[in-house]
Design a protein around this ligand. Structure first.
Ligand SMILES: *[C@@H]1O[C@H](CO)[C@@H](O)[C@H](O)[C@H]1NC(C)=O
Ligand SMILES: *[C@@H]1O[C@H](CO)[C@@H](O)[C@H](O)[C@H]1NC(C)=O
Ligand SMILES: *[C@@H]1O[C@H](CO)[C@@H](O)[C@H](O)[C@H]1NC(C)=O
Ligand SMILES: *[C@@H]1O[C@H](CO)[C@@H](O)[C@H](O)[C@H]1NC(C)=O
Length: 475
């Protein structure tokens, strides 16, 4: 019985995870990987430069006995790392090769030959170090993880120069030292590289699953699937669901399947589904961020219409009779989550809002007058120009119903007509002027997108772009 119940529970869990589609999909192409490798060269060079070299101890038989030597206090003076070559390795991660790395080391030497002690300093130049590694990309607790699964290094040649003491005695044995030193350095390289990757992994582990977007909402950025590594790129499926910070709750709709096309000619592709956008709308709506109080001082002086009971008299004749010459205030808020739907032919937005009207008494107290429920739909166009998302909204439909009234019934038709006119003549032109100026694509500090193209698909919006970094002055 318990067993059955357990099996049921396990099955239910499996079904749950399978039903959970990602709302955000991102792909890094080979071209993008090369860019990332370019950026990480400096970082890797720093990691390698900070290797701590342990003492090297050994003995060299010089025929009449053994010279024991210690090389100590070694430090890396220079490290020249050529740009690594990188490629995705299907099903695993990334293969990374460095060829022709060179390292300059300096340090001190001590020798002991019987009772004779000697010491001095030295320089070592290590040439043509080759590094061959494979990094595994996986997921750990629903976030990207990285680890080194293969690393080999070989050292081409080593040049050693001893100084001080009786170093001329040792210089002839340099060939023997060289081999040992080269080997000593060779065995240090992979552990140093792994340490660097471990640092990166710790950074990834520290990335919170909830990304705070602004004071109102956060986004769940945990992975829904393990990263998918193909020869052509790396795909990441991200939950991409927004929540209100103050009252996080699940929206009354769920994510749908969508599959982003990988664009190999761009460094990255991004897809955001309707659910991603609508969960954001839901989060802002439940956070109470989608509301505005409209007062008389927000109305331009030159406007022919003002917020007062006499002005409303032309629409609601009984209002100035009941409340003569009083300023008014409107509270506009979304009554339901605004919903957007993407399709190749038309993107539409459905908006349900209410507006509560109040008369403002001389003591600043308010008297509720009525509530209008507004249902409107818009069609939207969106496109990317340079790095800006631009768009235009067109109103399709606006209907008004009287939701509540404290001043008796009145005809809604004149109000609906006035609102429609107001929207078309004043509000939308303003909104569209704003939209045509564009909204900056969100991106990490110092990094941006260029050559971006956007396409609205059925159920999602896709953006393909190149990434530009702080060191890119081009364009
Ligand atoms: C984020 O979503 C994952 C499932 O995709 C879930 O396991 C996790 O609890 C969510 N985290 C938050 C903070 O909502
Ligand atoms: C992301 O999800 C879609 C739809 O479920 C799937 O087709 C695709 O293979 C997934 N990609 C990754 C990287 O897991
Ligand atoms: C009320 O609004 C009308 C215009 O709509 C304006 O002419 C009038 O001065 C306003 N009254 C007050 C008291 O502000
Ligand atoms: C306005 O919306 C209603 C309900 O959504 C619909 O029945 C009506 O046909 C729409 N009118 C126009 C002009 O699109």
């Amino acid at each position: 019985m318990v067993k059955m119940w357990l099996i049921g529970l396990v099955l239910m869990n499996i079904m749950n995870t399978h039903a959970e589609y990602s709302a955000l999909q991102a792909v890094l192409s080979q071209k993008g990987l090369e860019k990332v490798a370019h950026w990480s060269t400096d970082w890797l060079q720093n990691e390698l430069s900070s290797i701590e070299l342990p003492e090297v101890r050994g003995g060299v038989n010089i025929g009449i006995g053994t010279v024991h030597y210690v090389l100590h206090d070694m430090s890396i003076q220079r490290c020249d790392l050529p740009e690594p070559s990188v490629a995705f390795s299907e099903g695993t991660g990334v293969s990374l090769q460095v060829s022709g790395l060179s390292i300059a080391i300096s340090g001190h030497w001590n020798t002991k030959f019987g009772v004779i002690h000697d010491s001095g300093w030295f320089e070592i130049a290590v040439y043509t170090v080759n590094l061959n590694t494979v990094l595994q990309l996986g997921s750990d607790e629903e976030r990207l993880s990285i680890s080194t699964i293969m690393c080999s290094a070989d050292v081409g040649s080593v040049q050693v120069n001893f100084h001080g003491g009786a170093s001329f005695i040792f210089q002839p044995f340099v060939d023997i030292f060289s081999g040992q030193i080269a080997n000593e350095i060779r065995v240090q390289i992979c552990p140093a590289f792994k340490k660097g990757i471990d640092v990166l992994e710790r950074h990834l582990a520290a990335v919170p699953a909830a990304l705070k977007v602004d004071p109102y909402v956060f986004m769940n950025i945990s992975l829904t699937d393990s990263p998918l590594v193909e020869d052509s790129g790396l795909g990441l499926n991200v939950t991409g669901e927004f929540y209100s910070i103050s009252s996080p709750s699940e929206p009354p709709f769920s994510p749908d399947y969508f599959d982003l096309t990988w664009q190999e000619n761009f460094m990255m592709s991004l897809g955001a589904s309707e659910f991603c956008v609508n969960s954001a709308a839901y989060a802002y709506h439940t956070a109470g961020a989608l509301q505005i109080r409209i007062t008389e001082d927000m109305i331009p002086k030159a406007s022919p219409f003002h917020l007062n009971t006499s002005a409303f008299g032309s629409l609601i004749p009984q209002l100035p009779k009941q409340y003569p010459d009083m300023p008014m205030e409107l509270q506009l808020y979304t009554s339901e989550t605004p919903l957007i739907s993407f399709s190749k032919t038309v993107t539409s937005v459905r908006l349900l809002a209410s507006v509560k009207a109040f008369a403002v008494k001389p003591d600043s107290g308010t008297v509720p007058l009525f509530r209008l429920d507004i249902e409107s739909s818009f069609s939207a166009k969106a496109y990317i120009e340079k790095v800006l998302v631009k768009g235009a909204l067109e109103m399709k439909n606006l209907t008004v119903t009287l939701g509540a009234t404290e001043i008796g019934q009145f005809s809604i038709t004149p109000i609906e007509r006035a609102l429609t006119l107001g929207m078309k003549a004043f509000v939308l032109p303003k909104v569209n002027a704003q939209l045509s100026e564009g909204i900056q694509l969100p991106f990490v500090k110092g990094f941006g997108l260029k050559n971006a193209v956007m396409a609205i698909e059925d159920g999602f919006v896709a953006v393909a772009a190149d990434i530009s970094g702080p060191d890119d002055n081009t364009q």
